[in-house]
Ligand binder design. Structure first.
Ligand code: PGA
Length: 253
């Protein structure tokens, strides 16, 4: 961690996994096991479980988030879930622009920016996910791609909107693949992103938490989290095991 005061944030993105029973057991186990960690811990279950987990999470000192939200606040949008609804059931954070949404649901940078705006309007803290594909990395486009993903939000919402937000750098080639960015690769992109935010607002750049995501697990978490500009993790697969997730939380200090 850098000397700047940034509380580490360890977030578990459960994706479309689990059951009500598993969700409750996992939250209880994480709450029981994380007691002396200084990190903020966020669990991000599928929509149907947020409501039933809200009291448990609050009691256990865990934050609760959602994996996506609608750009709209209400109306005839069958199948969509709005920011105000997420707040209503106890969510405090929401992922916007996860690569699986960008890829499988054709979410453009503009749509992601609209979701970021909708999240803030509802009082949710957005976790803006950015990252390059393998082809983009090989073509040397990592910085251009991640910069555009951040700038789309700044263009729409203004740089001040980043004050309550989190950025998650998730190289698409490392998500769910077992491939993990080296600490040098990840730190390089994190420092690049922080510098881009600093071009707009140095204070926000010093405070904003930039998480790494992409096959983070107990075996690699400590060396990633030790990097100056890596302020936490967005963990998929390893967040479904209480033991693994707790080991990552412990690595955050
Ligand atoms: P992973 O997923 O940890 O399974 O690679 C990370 C994410 O997609 O948030």
């Amino acid at each position: 961690m850098s000397e700047t005061e940034r509380t580490p944030l360890i977030a578990g993105n459960w994706k479309m996994n689990g059951s009500a029973a598993m969700a409750e057991a996992l939250v209880d186990a994480i709450a029981a096991g994380r007691s002396d960690s200084a990190a903020e811990v966020l669990v991000i279950p599928p929509f149907p479980y947020i409501d039933r987990l809200s009291r448990r999470a609050a009691k256990g000192g865990l934050q609760l988030g959602a994996q996506d939200l609608s750009v709209h606040a209400s109306g005839a949008f069958t199948g969509e879930v709005s920011g105000p609804m997420l707040v209503d059931v106890g969510a405090g954070y929401v992922l916007v622009g996860h690569s699986e949404r960008r890829e499988m649901h054709a979410e453009s940078d503009a749509v992601v920016a609209a979701k970021f705006e909708a999240a803030r309007a509802a009082g949710l803290k957005p976790v803006l996910c950015v990252g390059e594909s393998r082809q983009q990395r090989e073509a040397g486009e990592t910085e251009a791609v991640t910069r555009a993903q951040v700038e789309a939000v700044v263009d729409r919402c203004g740089a001040g909107a980043l004050a309550d937000a989190v950025i998650a750098y998730e190289p698409v080639w490392a998500i769910g693949t077992g491939l993990v960015a080296t600490p040098e690769q990840a730190q390089g992109v994190h420092a690049f992103l922080r510098a881009r935010v600093a071009e707009h607002d140095a204070t926000i750049a010093g405070r904003i938490r930039i998480l790494y995501g992409g096959s983070m697990k107990p075996q690699n978490a400590a060396e990633l989290l030790a990097c100056e500009d890596i302020d936490g993790g967005l963990i998929g697969g390893a967040s479904l095991s209480a033991d693994d997730f707790l080991a990552v939380i412990a690595a955050a200090g």
